[in-house]
Design a protein around this ligand. Structure first.
Ligand SMILES: Cc1ncc(COP(=O)(O)O)c(C=O)c1O
Length: 394
């Protein structure tokens, strides 16, 4: 990699149309807080991605574009690191991964069909179902005090009771940070195959898995399982490219693939946008792998900082250590039994803007999600603000 980047220098994002910063007043009621919510990073995108974008902009025409085969191939090569064998003709572009969830629900179910989700869950999973007039069937994960697990009995019982047609599965899971084991995925796939439940596996966080955990793509388990699955992914999280609106879907099942293509065609989604295509191609490269490894070290250090702070000053707050990604799920229930009081304390005393646990469902009551993809300096600032708020605790 050509240039060392210092992840420890804060970058000013004001006046860059950043959702994370510009929504502070309307979401939290004040401008003067440190926003550590929506899942993008306050860290730079890789220089080799920025360079590819700058290079493309040297040409003055940004007309209709056509994604070349080498970009499809870059996706196949990237997925091969996870031992997931993908053919170019199995790839369908979406405009981002959340948009892929909505399209997949339209493609694979009909109005009135039951679709299963596993809360606490990233909110668009639920919206993709309810806004498309399908029925949300919740099979909440079970928290054992350390990690979240699938409630196997409940899943099977609910599938039978509601004749569930589709499972929207988050692999790795947001917000719990859980990386599912191969054994868990096999067991889940078996249940889905038994009851003919198709699976949409959202794998957007799959590149950011902490050792010793390993990501297993649901569709890579076996030929039979791959016939049941539509995978969704993107370089958006790993390389901090959410603003470019990148997403893709993959299915080895010709019927699922055709249904997804038809859903895209109905709303005239055909291709990646030009800048997304250039960025994806540059990111999905050997340089991208090295960048990802450096990022993971930085995230680990920030998680350690947070963990050490909580252990020393706020032992009542439980950090659910993420097995993947830079979103930390925090259990404040031993500190506050009133969720609104917790929110007020974080906003008005700690001056931190975190994701409200309740936005992930009732299972998130008493929890908050903190985005630690920030510089070391910003992380330390956040901890010192928590320290100030501590002294204001009743
Ligand atoms: C599980 C999951 N899927 C999808 C998204 C959104 O991805 P995109 O910006 O590509 O829509 C996120 C963002 O946080 C996410 O956590």
């Amino acid at each position: 990699m050509e240039k060392e980047i210092d992840f420890n220098q804060p970058i000013d994002r004001l006046n860059t149309c950043s959702e994370k910063y510009d929504l502070r007043q309307s979401l939290f009621g004040r401008e003067d807080l440190l926003p550590m919510w929506v899942a993008d990073m306050d860290l730079p995108s890789p220089p080799f991605v920025l360079k590819a974008l700058q290079q493309r902009l040297l040409h003055p025409i940004l007309g209709y574009s056509l994604t070349p085969l080498e970009v499809y191939q870059a996706i196949c090569d990237w997925q091969a690191q996870h031992h997931y064998s993908v053919e170019p003709d199995q790839i369908i572009f979406t405009h981002n991964v959340a948009n892929g969830l909505f399209l997949a629900v339209q493609a694979l179910t009909r109005p009135g069909d039951a679709v299963m989700v596993m809360p606490p869950i990233y909110p668009p999973f639920v919206k993709a179902v309810s806004l498309n007039d399908r029925v949300v069937v919740e099979a909440p994960l079970v928290f054992d005090g350390q990690v979240y697990n699938i409630d196997w009995q409940r899943v099977e019982q609910l599938i039978q009771q509601h004749q569930v047609k589709l499972l929207l599965f988050c692999n790795p899971h947001n917000p719990s940070g859980r990386v599912w084991t191969r054994e868990e995925l096999i067991a889940l796939a078996e249940v889905c195959i038994q009851y003919q439940v198709k699976i949409v596996s959202d794998e957007i966080h799959s590149d950011l898995v902490y050792s010793p955990f390993k990501h297993t793509p649901m569709a890579s388990l076996s030929a039979a399982v791959s016939q049941q699955v539509l995978t969704l992914s993107s370089p958006g999280k790993t390389f901090n490219l959410a603003g470019l609106q990148i997403g893709y879907a993959i299915s080895a099942n010709p019927q699922i693939n055709a249904a997804m293509q038809a859903a895209c065609a109905r709303v005239k989604i055909e291709d990646l946008n030009l800048m997304a295509m250039v960025a994806l191609h540059a990111a999905y490269s050997p340089d991208g792998l090295a960048w990802r490894d450096r990022l993971m070290q930085h995230f680990s250090a920030n998680i350690e900082r947070l963990d050490a702070f909580l252990a020393r000053y706020l032992p009542q707050v439980r950090l659910i250590r993420p097995q993947a990604s830079y979103l930390v799920w925090l259990d404040f229930r031993a500190l506050f039994n009133d969720h609104q009081a917790l929110k007020d304390w974080l906003v008005n005393q700690a001056k931190l803007g975190l994701n409200d646990g309740l936005s992930y469902g009732e299972a998130g009551r008493g929890f908050m999600r903190m985005n630690i993809a920030v510089s070391q300096q910003t992380m330390e600032q956040a901890l010192s603000q928590l320290g100030v708020a501590l002294s204001k605790l009743a």
